[in-house]
Write a protein that binds this ligand. Sequence first.
Ligand code: RUB
Length: 314
Amino acid sequence: MSANDDAVKKIMRDIKAIKIQGARNVAVAGARVLMLVAQGSQAKSSRDFVSELRRVSREVVALRPTEPALRFGQELIVSRVASRKGIPVGELRKYAVSVCRHYVSETRKMLDVIAQYGARLISDGDVVMTHCHSHCVVEIFRLAKRQGKDFSVIVTETRPLFQGKITARELLREKIPVVYCVDSASASLMKDATKVLVGADAVTAGGDVVNKIGTYQIAIEAREYKVPFIVACGTHKYDAKTAFGFPEPIEERARAEVVGKGKLSGAKVVNPAFDVTPKEYVYEIVTEAGVFSPETLVSVLVSRGKKGGDLSAC
Ligand code: RUB
């Protein structure tokens, strides 16, 4: 077994265990897996090499079912490489590595542009509620703070895995004031909020937003208090398959994450990782292509026939 095999297995374990989390980071980690596979491949022909990439890619995608950005990134990389399978295997491996690198750097650029659009929406005096840990959301807050804006953030803990703590720590590092609360306090604290800003794992063809479980209830509370509910995500999270009647799959995770070590025999424990916020609750979606209502975003993407910005130019 090569050092690359170990590294691949570790990344895959970390994605599954949500040590690597957030749609964007999961997609980038998936590209790193393909890069490591390309670097360490012993395939004797370009054809075998492409089959190897395809096999690993299928395993990567299965790790987090509710991740169109991961699927899109994997399809993009593998299809680019497959399109050149006429060249010698050594060259093809190098090409695969360069495609993966390009993907990672374009994903970073996408995040920076989202932060620029999003930071414009943050004003002095804002009290913004967020849920879970989204790199897009944290980057927006980070940039707004660096632009000198004076605002604070209410962060929900995000049971069962407490990703809210990651958000809180990252914001505190930027000296952004944080109020940290249990998920069930969100309705009580909504009266203090001027905006809600969350990330997304998927946007459906109907304009609905899939994000960490608990997002939908926050959207309902925001509507009750007339607080704008804003979503930040790259267009690579748009799941075009939902236009053809395929629902976005919702990842169901282990009951132990909810119940812990103690027993709860007799109870059916459910642990969906994500929920769906209908578009009616969403005020706007901040993307690298601009800021749109959910319907407009979908029609812009459909009319352009392209998502993922410059990722497609790998
Ligand atoms: C994370 C989560 C995030 C989105 C967007 O869930 O729901 O809000 O993935 O994140 P999990 P990003 O912890 O289960 O991965 O903006 O980083 O893409």
